[in-house]
Design a protein around this ligand. Structure first.
Ligand code: PMP
Length: 461
């Protein structure tokens, strides 16, 4: 049998991929007809494909490679741990040093008293944990009827049955029988897209108060928790108006509802502080983490909970756990990643230097005739494509048509941006330099020019 390696011709790799590999969030036939892009290696913020093309990865993979590609220290940490103890579980009254050390480090890094962690291997698993965890918490407190969890439309919390039910993506709910019972969705705080003529501050309050209305509709004694991303990532990098989070916080306190901050994207430096909860002054009872905790070098997720929640949970056997909860190799990789993010001042530099620089450069894109808004939060950015920017108008074509056209021009000009409908989003590695930010914005401008021309030529605007 011939080995399948990077040295094989691209067409052969694509044919094998098409024959045996089902891709996530992909129309299989359409992809297999043209062949997948084969990525072969990466360094810093740059990816290289099997044809030798380089791309500036302005998405840090899937919002996760915070530390950048090619850090050998993480590979060494994994190898050391694999040689010493490649696997053991944390069930049945056992533990091991990597899990102890990572739990301790996370307790130090997270704000407030989120001092206890339940490990998983992904954000989806961690959010599934959260569903059972918050319901078990209320059962333990003598309120088994407090089961409902309130989330937002267009939220993303994962792809498993539980986490995708928490999410508010209608296309996902349409497949496979979701949402599961007792999950409810209120409108998102997306002023640009849904605020019409209202003042953003008022709109933020109005959207937050939908939580209060939903709690009153369901009954205060029926609601376990509210979950939200500090900034909606996969929904299009949507930053709520300033009035939103304080009001959500007030409502959760008033009605005794647990607040879950899903920090899978926002955590570990993305917003310019260690956690989005610090940037937006959110004081959650439960925090979901994944992605940046290990910079994607190994799969890891988790649920951080407050002292009070942990005390209640510890009063029973929480009948829940994954084979890879607290996997020693992923914990060792995450510890090394967190050491580097901290000791090299990477998170601090995002807050003080790179995020302000990105903001200055990125917001210049708002002047482009195709761009209705260009905004940045930390090292996350978005632009809304619009055929009539003065009116924040949407395209007549199916949502995502213009976004896809723009994304393809990004790819052919050496830039990886993602499109969410007709919003373009970025979330580059936190180690991106100022000159790489210049390149990113230059390439984005070129792609916008080309997309603008194509949209006009095809009569789409
Ligand atoms: N929560 C949020 C906010 C996310 O962005 C994601 C992934 N994009 C998840 C949860 C799910 O994480 P995973 O893909 O690791 O299961």
């Amino acid at each position: 049998m011939t080995a399948i390696t990077n040295h094989m011709p691209t067409a052969e790799l694509q044919a094998l991929d098409a024959a045996h590999h089902l891709h996530p969030f992909t129309h299989g036939d359409a992809l297999n007809k043209k062949g997948a892009r084969v990525i072969t290696r990466a360094k810093g913020v740059t990816l290289t494909d099997s044809e030798g093309h380089d791309y500036l990865d302005a998405m840090a993979g899937l919002w996760c490679v915070n530390i950048g590609y090619g850090r050998e220290e993480l590979a060494d940490a994994a190898a050391r741990q694999m040689k010493e103890l490649p696997y053991y579980n944390t069930f049945f009254q056992t533990t091991h040093v990597p899990a102890i050390a990572l739990a301790d480090r996370l307790a130090q890094l997270t704000p407030y008293d989120l001092n206890h962690v339940f490990f998983a291997s992904s954000g989806s698993e961690a959010n599934d944990t959260n569903i059972r965890l918050v319901r078990t918490y209320w059962e333990q407190k003598g309120h088994p009827e407090k089961k409902a969890i309130i989330s937002r439309k267009n939220a993303y919390h994962g792809s498993s049955m539980g986490s995708a039910s928490l999410g508010g993506m209608s296309a996902m709910h349409a497949q496979g029988g979701m949402p599961i019972p007792d999950i409810h969705h209120i409108d998102q705080p997306y002023w640009y897209g849904e605020g019409k003529d209202t003042d953003p501050a008022e709109f933020g309050l109005e959207r937050a108060r939908q939580l209060e209305a939903k709690i009153l509709e369901l009954g205060e004694d029926k609601v376990a928790a509210f979950i939200g991303e500090p900034v909606q990532g996969a929904g299009g990098v949507i930053v709520a108006p300033d009035t939103y989070w304080p009001e959500i916080q007030r409502i959760c306190k008033k009605y005794n509802i647990l607040l879950i901050a899903d920090e899978v994207i926002c955590g570990f430096g993305r917003t310019g502080k260690w956690f989005g909860s610090e940037t937006f002054d959110i004081n959650p009872d439960v925090m979901t983490i994944a992605k940046g905790v290990s910079s994607g070098y190994a799969p890891l997720g988790g649920s951080l909970v407050s002292d009070e929640v942990a005390e209640v949970l510890n009063g029973c056997e929480f009948a829940h756990g994954y084979t890879y909860s607290g996997h020693p190799v992923t914990c060792a990789v995450a510890l090394e990643n967190l050491r580097i993010l901290d000791e090299e001042g990477i998170v601090t530099r995002v807050g003080s230097e790179t995020a302000p620089y990105l903001k200055e450069k990125w917001e210049t894109l708002a002047a482009h005739p195709l761009v209705g808004e260009a905004s940045v939060c930390g090292l996350m950015g978005s632009i809304a494509l619009s055929p009539d920017k003065a009116n924040r108008a949407k395209f007549a074509a199916e949502a995502g048509t213009a976004g896809l056209i723009c994304r393809e021009h990004c790819f052919s000009n050496g830039l990886i941006m993602r499109h969410v409908g007709d919003r373009m989003v970025i979330s580059p590695p936190l180690v991106i330099t100022k000159s790489e930010i210049d390149t990113l914005v230059e390439r984005a401008n070129i792609a916008l020019d080309l997309a603008h021309k194509q949209l006009k030529d095809e009569g789409l605007m």
